[in-house]
Design a protein around this ligand. Structure first.
Ligand code: F6P
Length: 324
């Protein structure tokens, strides 16, 4: 990319706490290099419909600590079509945008990769999703906040579960990835953790609960990721009732996990990766994604995000059943 020029930044897919901190870091890093910055509104939709906002230093003041995204987010099917991408490329050329930073999850990276391959757009993907399911980075922006939000809710449920000696099943987000369920489950001492990555056996869960009861531990909490192979929390509760005669209270945490002020870790990660994305553009590394592994900033080809699978920690998987 030829500096100085203009870069655009967008947030796409599901929002994640820390996206604003990343927008700020991208904007101020780019401005420090003498670049101009445009924010594409509603993710790729703004790029395709020519809806941008100019981002100056003051436009990103006081957003570091805010959840959501000032640029709005959208899941865009249009960018996955050749027509949508052609419109995006035309607007990019007319606006003189020399580089694009796309903050989001796997779907965002698919759109970014297609734009790069078909239209030569210099694009850097920044992993931002509460699911933490992007290979090539230890953590995605938003995960730490979301898992702590889930943990806090589980601690509260633990109080009432213990008081009434009840059985609870708590559903957390994660259609294909069990990171939130696994870590919030371990952190809250859940008696069962049900993940999309592992097979769920309703009968053996019921046996665990009965054994605990016999040993004098009368309340239990099960944490289930929404995409578990045995179904969602309501479905599993119905099965536990009909097949095993167990009564469960169900709590679905839902989008409460997506909001809120980002944790320190998310703010710092978002700030580092926003800066790293601009550096990658300036050094001509695009198209690529940036991430952080073992404390070091890394760059990988965008398709790594879906061609390689980030594994759950095997030690945590083992501990999930050992300690109950
Ligand atoms: O962004 C990731 C995520 O929060 C998943 O955990 C969840 O399955 C999905 O998005 C929900 O998406 P939406 O808000 O579009 O319903």
């Amino acid at each position: 990319m030829n500096a100085p020029g203009t870069i655009a930044v967008l947030t796409s897919g599901g929002d994640a706490p820390g996206m604003n901190a990343c927008i700020r870091a991208v904007t101020r890093s780019a401005l420090a290099h003498g670049l101009s910055v445009l924010g594409s509104l509603h993710g790729f939709e703004g790029l395709m419909d020519d809806r941008f906002t100019t981002l100056g230093k003051n436009d990103v003041s006081n957003i570091l600590q805010r959840g959501g995204t000032i640029l709005h987010a959208a899941r865009s099917d249009r960018v996955l079509s050749p027509e949508g991408r052609a419109a995006a490329a035309a607007n990019r050329a007319r606006r003189g945008v020399g580089g694009l930073v796309a903050i989001g999850g796997e779907g965002t990276f698919h759109g970014a990769d297609a734009l790069a391959r078909e239209h030569g757009v210099a694009v850097v993907g920044v992993p931002g999703t509460i699911d933490n399911d992007i290979w090539g980075t230890d953590f995605t922006i938003g995960y730490d906040t979301a898992v702590n939000t889930a943990l806090e809710a589980l601690d509260r449920i633990r109080d009432t579960a213990a008081a009434h000696e009840r059985l609870f099943i708590v559903e957390v987000m994660g259609r294909r990835a069990g990171y939130i369920a696994l870590e919030a489950g371990i952190g809250s001492g859940a008696e069962a953790i049900l993940l999309p990555e592992t097979r769920t056996d309703i009968h053996s869960i019921a046996e665990t609960i009965r054994r605990r009861k016999a040993e004098g531990r009368l309340s239990s909490i099960m944490v289930v990721a929404e995409g578990d192979d045995a179904g969602n929390a309501l479905g599993i509760a119905a099965e536990l009732k009909s097949r095993e005669g167990l009564d469960c209270h169900v709590t679905v945490l839902g989008h409460v996990q997506r909001g809120g002020s980002p944790t320190t870790s998310d703010r710092v990660l978002a700030t580092k990766l926003g800066w790293a994305a601009v550096e990658a553009l300036l050094e001509g590394s695009a198209p690529c994604m940036v991430g952080e592994t073992g404390g070091r900033i890394v760059r990988h080809p965008l398709p790594c995000a879906w061609e390689r699978r980030k594994e759950l920690d095997p030690i945590l998987l083992k501990l999930a059943s050992l300690l109950v």
